[in-house]
Design a protein around this ligand. Structure first.
Ligand SMILES: Nc1ncnc2c1ncn2[C@@H]1O[C@H](COP(=O)(O)OP(=O)(O)OP(=O)(O)O)[C@@H](O)[C@H]1O
Ligand SMILES: [Mg+2]
Length: 371
């Protein structure tokens, strides 16, 4: 990076850090600042043109670069993509859990429908305390690594108890213990003694169930599940998926399910978002994405899956790697790895083209083919 650019970046970082510290001072903000209206009729979450950046001394990293989507009430939206494409950062942005001041939402809106109070809330405009009250009781997150998400120094029962105490201040210790037993039974670990077990005494599948129990403590209406089955073997993976599916149906919870496994997404989601380098490459219903993938990236991801009906000696791989977000160019982000790229792709980022009412892609090439 040239000296001028470096200097410019340092100035941006300083300004952003100052801005962050100023905003973080507001614990409560007046309703007029965060009150909003949902655009869709039956949506619980609407993300519009969300931009999240990491401001580092060497560069500004656009981890999420202008994504828009909505989650219908009681629906499961799957987010899929390679490592580093911004799936977790999307989840953390919605939860307001970005590692600030380095990580910040730099633009866009996140609207949430608060069913209990029958009002729409602009999450990015909430004060820190107000956001805290939302977390867990309205939107909960199941974190990516069950082994590291729990504190190794406390029994799992105590960790669930801490969350319950936060959300239910009126419950007595005996009532909470009872509730924890019921919660653990509902996630399939009803055996005695689990309350006093430390995380290292439990298997990966059990830890994942504990994390799900923690997420359910505040009776949330939306759960963001960040790769909840990645660290598990296939049989446990299937059990956890079934558990999540059942809980989602029974409680009418909406879910944002993040995974890099297309098979898992196909099994649980109603709609799929394919992300690449911080952008949405393609979005559609499960049927549309799996039967007629239109973006070259989605099609390449599909070819990378093992397929019993296809005779092949080797699994395919997408040549190249996910681009370094610090030096990303202005054209289509997938262009350097795309076999179909043309002149248009290097010039500018493709806008969204609608293939059907529910299916959109961000690619010039497929648009030409489809016409
Ligand atoms: N704390 C951080 N500091 C700087 N950059 C970060 C930080 N966290 C994430 N990033 C940037 O954001 C990008 C997206 O990260 P993210 O964790 O969302 O990827 P992901 O899609 O969840 O990948 P995985 O499948 O491996 O979990 C990373 O490539 C990285 O450049
Ligand atoms: Mg991740």
């Amino acid at each position: 990076m040239s000296v001028d650019k470096n200097q410019e970046n340092k100035q941006i970082v300083r300004a952003k850090y100052r801005e962050y510290n100023r905003i973080k001072r507001y614990r409560y903000r007046p309703e007029s600042e965060w009150s909003t209206a949902m655009k869709g009729d039956d949506t619980i979450l609407e993300v519009e043109d969300l931009r999240t950046c990491f401001y580092t001394s060497s560069a500004t990293i656009p981890a999420v670069d202008g994504i828009s989507f909505s989650v219908g009430r009681g629906k499961v939206i799957g987010i899929v993509g390679e490592s580093g494409c911004g799936k977790s950062v999307t989840g953390l942005s919605i939860m307001g859990l970005l590692p600030g001041p380095r990580g910040q939402i730099s633009g866009g809106t996140i609207r949430y429908w608060q069913e209990r109070k029958q009002r729409a809330v602009e999450l990015t405009r909430l004060g820190t305390r107000q956001y805290g009250a939302f977390r867990g009781s309205e939107i909960a997150m199941i974190f990516q690594e069950p082994m590291t998400a729990l504190d190794p120094l406390f029994p799992v029962g105590k960790q669930i108890d801490e969350c319950l105490r936060f959300h239910n201040k009126v419950l007595s210790p005996a009532e909470r213990r009872n509730l924890i037993r019921r919660l653990l039974a509902s996630v399939g670990i009803g055996r005695d003694g689990i309350y006093n077990s430390y995380p290292f005494e439990l298997s990966g599948g059990m830890l994942q169930r504990v994390l799900i129990a923690i997420a359910l403590c505040g009776d949330p209406k939306l759960i963001i599940a960040d790769e909840p089955t990645t660290a598990l073997d296939v049989t446990i993976q299937a059990q956890i998926l079934l558990l999540l599916k059942n809980l989602q149906k029974e409680r009418g919870i909406s879910m944002l399910f993040i995974s890099h496994d297309l098979g898992v997404i196909a099994g649980i989601a109603d709609e799929v978002i394919v992300m690449y380098a911080g952008c949405i490459a393609e979005q559609g219903t499960v049927r549309e994405i799996f039967d007629t993938p239109c973006h070259p990236y989605t099609a390449a991801l599909m070819r990378c899956r093992p397929d019993l009906e296809r005779e092949t000696d080797m699994l395919e791989a997408i040549p190249g790697t996910v681009p370094d977000l610090r030096t990303i160019s202005g054209g289509c982000h997938f262009q350097p790895r795309c076999v179909h790229f043309g002149k248009l792709c290097t010039d500018r980022c493709p806008p969204y083209y609608w293939v059907s009412k529910t299916h959109r892609i961000s690619c010039f090439y497929r648009l030409k083919k489809l016409r």
